[in-house]
Design a protein around this ligand. Structure first.
Ligand code: SF4
Length: 350
């Protein structure tokens, strides 16, 4: 395939079709750099050399009654995770500040569970309002599960800019991974978010046993939905979940999926999310030439060393952080000697 010509057509307004999308996922590995070069041209056109950093604050962990088979917090999961009920507002703001200090432009306030009670919406609204008051330029995203009428509007009033609710996978595969809620339930929440004027953030998890056709189906659905930010999660198959032992992905395949997302949605924020370290491994730098956004540090905890490694990854690849003032040549490229924090996980409600 002539990837450069394809990117040019897309830049001029053409939409990627399903046949070409499948061809990209099945491209010979020897064509990887040509594919990345074409996708990165679109990335640079819309986002320059900037990387947007996002930071997760896990407001409530575990204790969920849903049966999402990829999730360590699901009903029936025996994965050894930390479980706690809602963080106090001060603690949540304090945790968010660690991400803001690291350069995060967006803080994602995440809670496990099917969806929020009215009092939960009030808790999150309080945290969002305080963050927006103290950091007027900060974007605040909430990720609380399925919403009921009026809840997106209340979050918007308090200063929530975006709401994350992933479709996770293709409609044709959805019921294989969860049965306590439907794909249509997910679409209904995304519709509520859009009606409230909140920016819809919706993405997917790959590596759960879906076919190539279903990866394409999911990405094309996100294009149709108008998701303004697309997190791509790579399955971390936690022991104690139905996905235990499922390691279907290779780094090259992950990179092809990221490139496919860029070619499908050329001007949309594409975010490297859960599992990127484990699955992209040494290709994370190349993936940043296609994706323009990532989570800073860990997903369920906030370890300083992991965040430092992420900042190094960004600068080593010649990027600047969105909102960062310093020019490229002012970036400190001297090596640092230190340990490397580990650990990753999918966000709740992923
Ligand atoms: S993804 Fe969300 S809704 Fe599903 S089991 Fe995990 S915490 Fe519960």
């Amino acid at each position: 395939m002539d990837y450069a010509a394809l990117a040019l057509d897309i830049d001029e307004g053409a939409q990627l079709d399903a046949g070409s999308a499948l061809e990209i996922l099945r491209a010979p590995d020897s064509e990887l750099l040509d594919l990345v070069t074409a996708a990165s041209a679109l990335r640079r056109r819309h986002f320059g050399h900037r990387v947007k950093l996002n930071y997760l604050v896990n407001l409530k962990s575990g204790l969920c009654q849903e049966n999402c088979s990829y999730c360590s917090q699901a009903l029936g999961s025996t994965a050894p995770i930390v479980k706690y009920s809602w963080l106090a507002q001060d603690e949540a703001v304090h945790q968010a500040e660690a991400g803001i200090a690291g350069g995060a432009a967006r803080v994602c306030l995440v809670a496990s569970g099917r969806g929020p009670l009215p009092r939960d919406v009030e808790r999150v609204s309080g945290i969002a309002a305080q963050l927006r008051q103290q950091y007027p330029d900060l974007e605040v995203c909430a990720c609380l599960g399925l919403l009921k009428d009026g809840q997106a509007e209340r979050l918007a009033e308090s200063g929530v800019d975006a709401y994350n609710h992933n479709i996770n996978t293709a409609e044709s595969f959805h019921d294989e991974i969860v049965t306590t809620h439907s794909y249509q339930d997910r679409l209904a929440t995304i519709a509520r978010v859009k009606r409230a004027g909140v920016s819809p953030c919706s993405g997917l998890i790959v590596g759960m046993g879906e076919s190539d056709e279903q990866v394409v189906e999911a990405l094309f659905a996100l294009r149709e939905l108008g998701s303004e930010s697309i997190p791509i999660n790579f399955l971390v198959p936690f022991d104690g979940t139905p996905m235990e032992g499922r390691w279907d992905l290779t780094p090259v395949q992950c990179l092809k999926i990221v490139a496919l997302a860029r070619l499908t949605c050329p001007s949309t924020e594409i975010r490297l999310a859960g599992g990127r370290e484990t699955h992209l491994r040494s290709l994370q730098g190349l993936a940043l030439h296609v994706a323009n956004s990532m989570f800073l540090g860990d997903y369920l905890t906030a370890e300083g060393q992991a965040a430092a490694a992420d900042l190094e990854l960004i600068h080593d690849n010649g990027f600047t952080i969105e909102g960062e003032q310093r020019p490229l040549d002012a970036v400190d490229h001297r090596p640092r000697v230190r340990g490397r924090g580990a650990g990753t996980g999918l966000s709740p409600n992923a």
